[in-house]
Design a protein around this ligand. Structure first.
Ligand SMILES: Cc1cc2nc3c(=O)[nH]c(=O)nc-3n(C[C@H](O)[C@H](O)[C@H](O)COP(=O)(O)OP(=O)(O)OC[C@H]3O[C@@H](n4cnc5c(N)ncnc54)[C@H](O)[C@@H]3O)c2cc1C
Length: 429
């Protein structure tokens, strides 16, 4: 490893180009700020094929054998997300001194967010809905980040909003992006963040990485919940993850209904809340995701029967706990209550599948729907999202209050706009 310093000085250095990083970069560049984005992954061609997902997806163990998934690439995890657009918990944030009202309004005007009509939902999703409603479940539609004008003949990957679009806007407005740049720590001086240290991947045989430094006025950490807490800890921020974390487990069940004619559909577009901490959802994933699951379960009959497949998921919200270890690993054991809840949800899920006429029902692997709760507003960060180090800010799922367990992307867009507004207004004063 050799060392090199970028001579350039930036108004803002943004670590990670996912939903938060991309949104902040775009907002700052619109106001002519000199922005550098350091992105650990490459700029990959975005595709939802088996190979495309394989190239994007990166799994991180978060509790025993359970893994959380992220995408290490320009645009981050939005490259493989489902595009559910749950509104932000405005009142919860207000009680913490963060008013997202303006940013939420702006996001709704800017992004393609709406409910999907039945014509855009696959036969398997409609079958699941009808069965659930027939049994009395409140199976409701969710808002989705989908540009319906790009869905002339049903589902398309292109119709889902992705953070990569915002990265492209920022670059058009002057942002610089360095790919394959893995930030390891923030450089601080006298309780102030002044720069960033990163490993730049090299292609030469003689050295794999070059160690680099770059300096800027504001350092904005948006590396995602699986990376930001580690970088903060390496940079000297105290008590990160001191009260543990939550990592909501889920189970999926798939069955086969002869003649169903299942097709690509928008997974997650519908769900039912059974109890405050127990929900069921549509998990009718696209063919490549489905086949990856069946491959991992060694289920050849199901692997070749996507067109007859129907799927339902069970999700439990579990309490904070576990350990965020010194080596950056996440360790947690679930309580008996969590397993009881999963059993309770499974009974309902199976009832709905059977009522829909599903046969050959199989249980998928237990998985997680995302980790969170490692940082706390007004404790690890203030209500301008600044850490104990002046000029070091965080924006990602790490600090979303643990009372909000829904898909976070729309909330993250609002928080990123909120932080950008704060940075721009404090710069002017
Ligand atoms: C399969 C799946 C489906 C999902 N579906 C939905 C959904 O329907 N709706 C919803 O709201 N949410 C969904 N989510 C969750 C959502 O996608 C993420 O919570 C959200 O994208 C996180 O945004 P972020 O900006 O915090 O992080 P990310 O999007 O993960 O971005 C972080 C970026 O930082 C980069 N990075 C990481 N470490 C470093 C480092 N050391 N140095 C430099 N760069 C680094 C990464 O490469 C990445 O580009 C889903 C997640 C998954 C896995």
């Amino acid at each position: 490893m050799t060392q090199s310093n970028l001579k350039m000085h930036y108004d803002a250095i943004i670590i990670g180009s996912g939903t938060c990083g991309a949104t902040i970069a775009r907002e700052l560049c619109k106001q002519n700020k000199k922005v550098l984005i350091l992105e650990r992954g490459a700029t990959l061609p975005l595709k939802e094929s088996l190979l495309g997902i394989g190239a994007l997806a990166n799994e991180v163990p978060v509790s025993g054998k359970l893994k959380d998934m992220r995408a290490l690439a320009t645009g981050g995890t939005s490259s493989l997300y489902f595009a559910v657009a749950t509104p932000p918990p405005i009142d919860t944030f207000k009680s913490l001194g963060i008013d997202l009202t303006k940013e939420y309004k702006e996001a709704l005007e800017e992004l393609p967010i709406d409910y999907l009509p039945d014509e855009l939902l696959g036969p398997q999703s409609l079958k699941l809905r009808d069965s659930a409603r027939e049994l009395g479940y409140d199976w409701y539609n969710q808002l989705m980040f989908v540009d319906q004008s790009k869905c002339k003949s049903g589902y398309t990957y292109e119709s889902k909003w992705k953070a990569k679009d915002y990265v492209d806007d920022a670059i058009k407005d002057g942002a610089t992006i360095i790919n394959k740049a893995e930030v390891t720590k923030v450089i601080t001086d006298n309780k102030k963040a002044i720069g960033v240290e990163y490993k730049l991947k090299k292609k030469t045989k003689s050295k794999k990485f070059e160690l680099c430094k770059v300096f800027g006025d504001k350092i904005i950490l948006t590396a995602g919940v699986l990376a930001s807490p580690i970088i903060l800890r390496n940079s000297g921020v105290k008590n990160v993850g001191d009260r543990g974390f939550y990592v909501d487990p889920n189970l999926v069940y798939f069955g086969l209904i002869p003649g169903l004619k299942s097709e690509k559909t928008f997974v997650g577009a519908m769900k039912a809340d059974l109890e405050e901490d127990l929900a069921l959802g549509d998990v009718n994933v696209i063919k490549s995701f489905y086949r990856l699951i069946m491959l991992s379960l060694l289920k050849p009959r199901h692997f070749f029967s996507y067109s007859n497949s129907i799927g339902i998921g069970v999700k439990v919200s579990e309490p904070l706990g576990g350990k965020f270890l010194d080596n950056g690993q996440f360790q947690k054991e679930f309580s008996k209550d969590v397993y009881k809840k999963l059993d309770k949800g499974s009974e309902d899920a199976l009832k709905i599948l059977k009522n829909a006429g599903a046969k050959h029902i199989i249980k998928g692997p237990m998985n997680v729907t995302g980790i969170g709760g490692l940082l706390r507003i007004n404790e690890h960060i203030d209500n301008n999202l600044q850490t104990e180090f002046e000029n070091l800010y965080v924006c990602d799922r790490s600090f979303i209050p643990d009372t909000f367990r829904d898909p976070p992307t729309l909330t993250l867009v609002c928080l990123a706009k909120y932080l950008a507004n704060h940075l721009l207004s404090s710069n002017e004063s």
